[in-house]
Design a protein around this ligand. Structure first.
Ligand code: A2P
Length: 315
């Protein structure tokens, strides 16, 4: 398994279990199946509403004694309603309590957007805090404190553009160590990857398989399908692999970690096995041609120009 290294030499498996959209007993089972299949990297977020179930699964596995807490890399994310002064630590403590952990491996600012405390999803302009009311650097200072206080080993961000990263880096004491962004052959983000590499920021790709299980309300009219893409299907056939495995291997070949979500045991297993799939230069070139800057997660749902949030991705 390829690993990504942090500057203090901590490492993280480049294939982690994604849990966005995984709920109920299915997520509990998925975490157990994943650990049994060899995964040592689990990604969640306060907003996914599944931390408690993941915590139960982890406890059951750790109690068996074969896999230890320190063997597993666990990420969670700060929700947009907890950016304001004094709110990061309680939010992180709440995640730790639900996960039944005493530290996280990585804690991320989920989005560069702030809501009033208690807002799950904004319905009106008044649900937001403006960037002046909740400056991202002030939120970041609280993230830095959480790291120095030992609540999380590493800190980073998610859904940040180059512009937002540059701004944050210019004011931060601890640089973000990770940027978790949407990444797949239809959205290759080479410029962002180059920037992050130059700044020593690791990159994790979400929605690597196109997140076909998103709510219909989040879907556009005619979305391209990664899993049904002909070029990818041909490549998969020639490698005796599945399209999902090609998509996962492609991320690792670009030195990115990735988080395929699955609650299906066979998928969980085969996605992990993508670690041993080799893609040639030619395969990579074929995939490079598929780039069309298409986002499954448009970020439009958080745009509120009257509160200072437009063009979330700065493009
Ligand atoms: P399932 O949970 O039944 O495996 P993403 O990771 O981009 O969010 O995509 C998640 C979607 O991809 C889910 O619908 C998930 O279904 C499906 N999926 C995950 N692994 C595979 C696989 N190996 N083959 C086909 N579909 C997969």
């Amino acid at each position: 398994m390829k690993t990504l290294k942090f500057s203090n030499n901590d490492s993280m498996h480049a294939i982690g279990l994604g849990t966005w959209k995984s709920t109920g007993n299915a997520v509990k089972k998925a975490v157990k199946d994943a650990l049994e299949a060899g995964y040592r990297h689990i990604d969640t977020a306060a907003a996914y509403g599944n931390e408690k179930l993941i915590g139960e699964a982890l406890k059951e596995v750790f109690d068996e004694g074969k896999i230890l807490r320190e063997d597993v890399f666990i990420t969670s994310k700060l929700w947009n309603d907890s950016h304001a002064e004094g709110q990061v630590r309680p939010a992180l403590e709440d995640s730790l309590k639900k996960l039944q952990l005493d530290y996280l491996d990585l804690y991320l600012i989920h989005w560069p957007v702030a809501f009033k405390n208690g807002v799950d999803f904004p319905k009106k302009p008044d649900d937001y805090l403006t960037p002046q009311e909740a400056p991202i650097i002030d939120t970041w200072k609280q993230m830095e404190k959480a790291k120095t206080d030992g609540l999380t080993r590493h800190i980073g961000v998610s859904n940040f553009s180059i512009k937002k990263l540059k701004d944050l880096i210019s004011k931060a004491s601890i640089k973000p160590e990770m940027n978790q962004v949407e990444l797949h052959p239809f959205l290759q983000q080479q410029e962002l990857l180059n920037f992050c590499k130059g700044e020593n920021i690791l990159v994790t790709g979400y929605s690597p398989l196109g997140s076909g299980d998103r709510a219909d309300s989040m879907k556009g009219e005619s979305e391209p399908s990664l899993l049904e893409n002909e070029t990818l299907q041909q490549l998969a056939r020639s490698q005796n692999a599945s399209v999902a495995q090609v998509l996962i291997a492609w991320q690792n070949h670009r030195d990115c970690a990735t988080l395929p979500k699955s609650t299906t045991k066979d998928h969980i297993k085969s996605n992990f096995q993508a670690a041993s799939l080799e893609l040639s230069e030619k395969d990579m070139e074929k995939i490079e041609k598929l780039d069309k800057h298409f986002r499954y997660v448009t970020g439009k749902f958080f745009e509120e120009p009257s509160k200072g949030y437009e063009n979330i991705y700065d493009e």
